[in-house]
Ligand binder design. Structure first.
Ligand SMILES: NC(=O)c1ccc[n+]([C@@H]2O[C@H](COP(=O)([O-])OP(=O)(O)OC[C@H]3O[C@@H](n4cnc5c(N)ncnc54)[C@H](OP(=O)(O)O)[C@@H]3O)[C@@H](O)[C@H]2O)c1
Length: 250
C-alpha cells in the first residue's frame, strides 16, 4: 500500500512557498520541500515543520535550464519510488521575475524566465502525473500581472499568462483522473522578490493606491487560498485562475 497525503511544494525555502509548506503541513500533509540555492533556510523550515509531527523531504533543483528541471524530476521520482509515496498535491510556486523591460531582456534571460516559470511546472506535472492520487490537486502560482498591464514586467507577465492557459486546459485533460488544476494570482505580496521596491516610501504608496484594500498582502494570505484549493472543500473547482490581489486596479 502506497503512502499518501504528500504535497510537493516548489520554491518553499522562502516567501509564499514557505508559507504554503507550513500551512499544508498544518492541514495534515507531509511535505516534499523543493529549494534551489537556500539550503540553510530549507533545512530550518524542515526542522520547524517536523516539530508538528509531519514528514519533510528536501529536494534541490535549479529550474533555469532544461537539464536542471530534468535532474530535479529524476531525483523526485527516485524518492517517490524508494519511499513508496503518492502525491496528493503539487504546488508549482518556484519562479522569478526581472526588472529588465521590453528593450532589455535578451535571449538568455527570456529562456531562464520561461524555463523556471513555465517549463518547470509543465514538465514536472507531465513526469509526475503517474504519482498523483485520484482526486489530487495541481495548484499553480500565477500573478495579477496577467490582467493588469505592467510594461516593465512584460516577459514575466507572459510566463504567467502561459500558466493561466495551462491551468484551464490541463484541468480539462486531467479531469478524468479526478485531478483538479487551478491557479492563484497574487497581487503585491511582501516577500524577498518585492522587498527592494515595496520597502521604500514610493513602493508603499503605490501598493496602497493599487489595492482596493489599500495595502500589500502577506504570504500567509496566499497560503490560505492554496490550502482551500488543496482541500476537499474545493472538490468541484477546476480550471480556475483565482484573483488574490486584494482588489488591485479594480
Ligand atoms: N511576491 C509577489 O508579490 C508575487 C506576486 C505575484 C506572483 N508571485 C509568484 O509567487 C511565487 C513565489 O514568489 P515569492 O515572492 O515568494 O518569491 P521569492 O520570495 O523570491 O522565493 C522564490 C522561491 O522560488 C525559488 N526559485 C527562484 N528561482 C528559481 C529557479 N530558477 N529554480 C528553482 N527555484 C527557484 C527560490 O529558491 P531558493 O531561495 O532556494 O533559491 C525560492 O524558494 C512566484 O512564482 C512568483 O512569480 C509573487
Amino acid at each position: 500500500m502506497k503512502k499518501n497525503n504528500y504535497a510537493l511544494v516548489t520554491g518553499a525555502s522562502r516567501g509564499i512557498g514557505k508559507a504554503v509548506a507550513i500551512q499544508l503541513a498544518n492541514d495534515g500533509f507531509n511535505i516534499l520541500l523543493h529549494y534551489n540555492q537556500n539550503i540553510e533556510k530549507a533545512n530550518e523550515l524542515k526542522k520547524e515543520i517536523e516539530l508538528s509531527g509531519r514528514q519533510v523531504k528536501l529536494i534541490q533543483g535549479d529550474f533555469n535550464s532544461s537539464e536542471g528541471i530534468e535532474l530535479f524530476i529524476e531525483k523526485t521520482k527516485k524518492l517517490l519510488n524508494e519511499e513508496n509515496v503518492l502525491l496528493h498535491t503539487i504546488v508549482h510556486n518556484a519562479g522569478h521575475a526581472t526588472s529588465n523591460g521590453f528593450g532589455e531582456v535578451d535571449y538568455d534571460e527570456f529562456n531562464r524566465l520561461f524555463n523556471a516559470n513555465v517549463k518547470a511546472p509543465y514538465f514536472i506535472t507531465q513526469s509526475l502525473i503517474g504519482f498523483i492520487e485520484f482526486n489530487g490537486r495541481i495548484i499553480n502560482l500565477s500573478s495579477g500581472v496577467t490582467r493588469i498591464a505592467f510594461p516593465h514586467m512584460l516577459v514575466y507577465s507572459m510566463t504567467k499568462g502561459a500558466i493561466n492557459t495551462m491551468t484551464f486546459t490541463l484541468a480539462k485533460e486531467l479531469g478524468e483522473k479526478g485531478i483538479t488544476v487551478n491557479s492563484v494570482m497574487p497581487g503585491i505580496i511582501n516577500t524577498d522578490s518585492t522587498a527592494s521596491w515595496l520597502h521604500t516610501e514610493e513602493g508603499q504608496k503605490s501598493a496602497k493606491n493599487m489595492s482596493a484594500l489599500k495595502r500589500e498582502g502577506q504570504p500567509e494570505e496566499i497560503a490560505n487560498v492554496v490550502s482551500f484549493l488543496a482541500s476537499e472543500k474545493a472538490s468541484f473547482i477546476t480550471g480556475h485562475n483565482m484573483d488574490v490581489t486584494g482588489g488591485s486596479h479594480l
